[in-house]
Structure formats: structure tokens, C-alpha cells
Ligand binder design. Structure first.
Ligand code: SF4
Ligand code: SF4
Length: 323
């Protein structure tokens, strides 16, 4: 696979620095029951990288010591990691809000029959990928059978109270099929609510609209099709300085399965670690007693994916989030 980093590093992006850290995003590994076309971590069933127990211990120590408000758990399918439930339980016991980036089909994998109930009991916010409300579009991006499995997953979550009980948030994530900016979040959310409600009886809280990042599998495909420069130009032309403050890297760090720290998940996938003073990369265990506010953020051309148009962060469109 062709690495898009050398191309992205040639593209200047405004300098930004970290603000106050409130979210720890941890990637528990790259194993996943799916292998989606747009996956920016190249996850799949044959990946073996997984966060071990001693790194999960560091995550819990960091949450407690730095008084972090939110633990955002991602993967792969993070629920496949043997430390997932311990991390959730212990983080919740610390009073930390926990988010699970769930692919929905995991809810019906063998051995995961009680997963929806576990998430509900622990009041975990579920953020679920659902790239469209139409079967063809979902399956083109995520594979055959994924749409029906995702619908069943959403119904399971609804059945245990998600989307209905105010303590059980169920948010969906949309990203475009190809090299285009996402449509306005509010209008698309209304369409999702209508179609998923009328056709499948599904309720949810919010739709997060995210731009596709020109990295990993998606970036490589753009390069192969000769569309990489055009997509990057589209993102750059739509850049708004007003979106810089809301970029998720200002308040979040991303931790890989080995415990190394990045300014965001995208930088993690590009192999761009957070730099701290003379250190070219740092382990989470080295930051237990260190405040990294003010640290420069490592930026490159892919960052326009966060600042183009309505903006894009792990909580969806920035412009609408600010309203
Ligand atoms: S479900 Fe998510 S992590 Fe798994 S392959 Fe698809 S995009 Fe990647
Ligand atoms: S990709 Fe987005 S979140 Fe990551 S460093 Fe760039 S602006 Fe920040």
C-alpha cells in the first residue's frame, strides 16, 4: 500500500497548539470483524495488534491521575480486546464518561450476545458507524451483509434503552462514499431519522458527519485513481480558520495499542507521534505527571479534512456543534 504521508507533508497547514486535555482516545488494536473500504486504520479480521493488559493499566492510571473527563475507545472493533470490559468498568468507577466506537455488526458476533446489555448497564455512549441509511451505499463501503447486521445491531441497542433513555446516548457516524465533502449535518440527520424510523423503527440521538481523510486505504485508492491531488485541493479550498479552534487534537490525545501517544487518531495511523520537547515520541506512562497544554500539534495536509467546510471532528460537524 502506498503511504500518503510524503505527499501530505508537502502541504502547509496553519500552526496550532494544544489546549486543555479532556479526552483520552485509546485504540485497543486493529482486529475487526469487518474490513471496510474507507477504514483509516486498515483494520480487519487478520490483524493481530492488540493493547495488552499492562498498557490498559497505564490508561486507567492516566485517567485517574490527570482527571480526564472522557475515555473514547476505538479500534478495530475495540470490543474484541480482552481488556475492553475492564477498561469500561474501571473508567466508569472513576466517574469518567466512556464512549465506544462500535461497528454495530460486532453486537451479533459469537460471544458478544450480552454486549448491548453490558454497554447499557455501564452507561457507555455508543458511537456507531452507519455511512448511509440505504443498503447499497452501506454495503459498497463496508461489505455485503453489513447493512442488515447494522440494522439488527441498532435494534438491539434500542431494545436495551439506547436512543430512548437520556442516560444511553446512541450517535451515528456518516462519511461520504468518495472524494467529496459531506453534506450539511442537520439536513442529513433529519433524513436518517425519518428513513431509519419509518423503515426499521430505529431511534438515535445525533448524526455525526465526518469528512474522509486522505490517508491509509482511502488515501491509497485516491492516489491509484489519480484523485488524490484533486481531493486535497477540494479540502484546502473549503478550509475555514474558524474551524481550527474546534479541531479535536486541541483537547484530545490518541493512544495506540502499545501506549504511544499522538495528537489524534489520524496522526496515529500516519505514524506521526506527538513530539514533546526533545522527545520524538512519548509513551502515555511518561505523561502521568506532565501537563501538555501548549504543546505544538503535528499538522500536515490531511488536517484540512478537519477544517474544510462545516468542519469535522470525532463529534461531527464543528460549525453545528458550536451552534
Ligand atoms: S468497522 Fe471500523 S475499524 Fe472495522 S474495518 Fe470498518 S471502519 Fe475499520
Ligand atoms: S488531522 Fe485534525 S485532529 Fe489530527 S492533528 Fe490534524 S487538525 Fe488535528
Amino acid at each position: 500500500m502506498r503511504d500518503t504521508l510524503p505527499l501530505l507533508e508537502q502541504v502547509p497547514f496553519p500552526a496550532i497548539r494544544r489546549g486543555r486535555l479532556d479526552t483520552l482516545q485509546v485504540n485497543l488494536g486493529y482486529r475487526c470483524n469487518q474490513s471496510c473500504f474507507h477504514c483509516h486504520v486498515n483494520a480487519g479480521p487478520n490483524r493481530t495488534e492488540e493493547m495488552p493488559a499492562d498498557v490498559a493499566d497505564v490508561v486507567l492510571a492516566f485517567l485517574a491521575r490527570r482527571r480526564i473527563a472522557t475515555l473514547d475507545i476505538t479500534g478495530g472493533a475495540p470490543e474484541l480486546n480482552g481488556n475492553f470490559r475492564r477498561l469500561v468498568r474501571e473508567a466508569r468507577a472513576l466517574g469518567v464518561k466512556v464512549m465506544d466506537r462500535c461497528n454495530l455488526t460486532i453486537l451479533e458476533q459469537p460471544g458478544k450476545e450480552d454486549l448491548a446489555a453490558f454497554l447499557a448497564v455501564n452507561q457507555v455512549e455508543v458511537v456507531a458507524s452507519m455511512p448511509c441509511y440505504l443498503q447499497d451505499n452501506v454495503e459498497r463501503q463496508r461489505g455485503k451483509g453489513v447493512f442488515a447486521g447494522s440494522i439488527r445491531g441498532l435494534q438491539k441497542l434500542n431494545a436495551v434503552g439506547y436512543g430512548r433513555d437520556p442516560a444511553l446516548a446512541l450517535n451515528l457516524v456518516y462519511n461520504p462514499q468518495g472524494p467529496a465533502l459531506p453534506p450539511p449535518q442537520a439536513a442529513l440527520e433529519a433524513d436518517y431519522r425519518r428513513v431509519l424510523g419509518e423503515s426499521h423503527g430505529i431511534v438515535f440521538n445525533k448524526l455525526f458527519v465526518l469528512a474522509n481523510m486522505p490517508i491509509q486505504r482511502f488515501g491509497t485508492t485516491l492516489v491509484a485513481k489519480g484523485e488524490f491531488e484533486g481531493y486535497l485541493q477540494l479540502l484546502q479550498d473549503a478550509h475555514l480558520d474558524a474551524n481550527l479552534d474546534g479541531a479535536m487534537c486541541r483537547n484530545l490525545i490518541s493512544v495506540d495499542w502499545r501506549g504511544f501517544v499522538y495528537d489524534c487518531d489520524f496522526n496515529q495511523m500516519l505514524g506521526l507521534p506527538l513530539k514533546r520537547r526533545a522527545r520524538q515520541r512519548v509513551h502515555l506512562s511518561e505523561l502521568l505527571d506532565e501537563d501538555i497544554a501548549g504543546n505544538p500539534i503535528r499538522v500536515a495536509g490531511h488536517c484540512y479534512g478537519c477544517t474544510a467546510g462545516q468542519g469535522s471532528s470525532c463529534g461531527g460537524a464543528l460549525q453545528e456543534a458550536a451552534e
